[in-house]
Design a protein. Sequence first.
Length: 154
Amino acid sequence: MRGVVRTILVFGFVVTTASAARGQEVVEYDRSSAGTRTLELGSGTTIKLLLEAANLGSSDIEIAEITFPLGSNPSRGHTHGSMEIFYVLDGVLGHVVEGEEHRLEPGMVGVVKGGDEVMHRVLSDVPVRALVIWVPGGEAARIAPLDRWTPIGG
């Protein structure tokens, strides 16, 4: 029995040493999730954070489901520090980048590079629901401090 334990311990040491030698850190992450937290903005827009450092183990990317209510038509734009990619699921989104409006219907993608000014408008008679991806992550913290978010399932 002691021989088996030694073999496992030696194997564990070898694996750990090999990972460290390659410069790769083993990071734990959730392999499935219903999301981590939600935020409702004063405009009625809701953001459900699906993937972030809390369940990914790194801040390489953040993915959220965002819903813009009927009538969303901001008077001014905003910027992000990272690339923002929208994939429209429902409704029609007015994707205004640097003053130029693009009409995004379900199944379409819109992109905004970090630093560009963007506005999101609802052009349909139903709310817009979209998947939004921020690369790199960190935009959720920029949008609102952690204490304004509501944890999912707890």
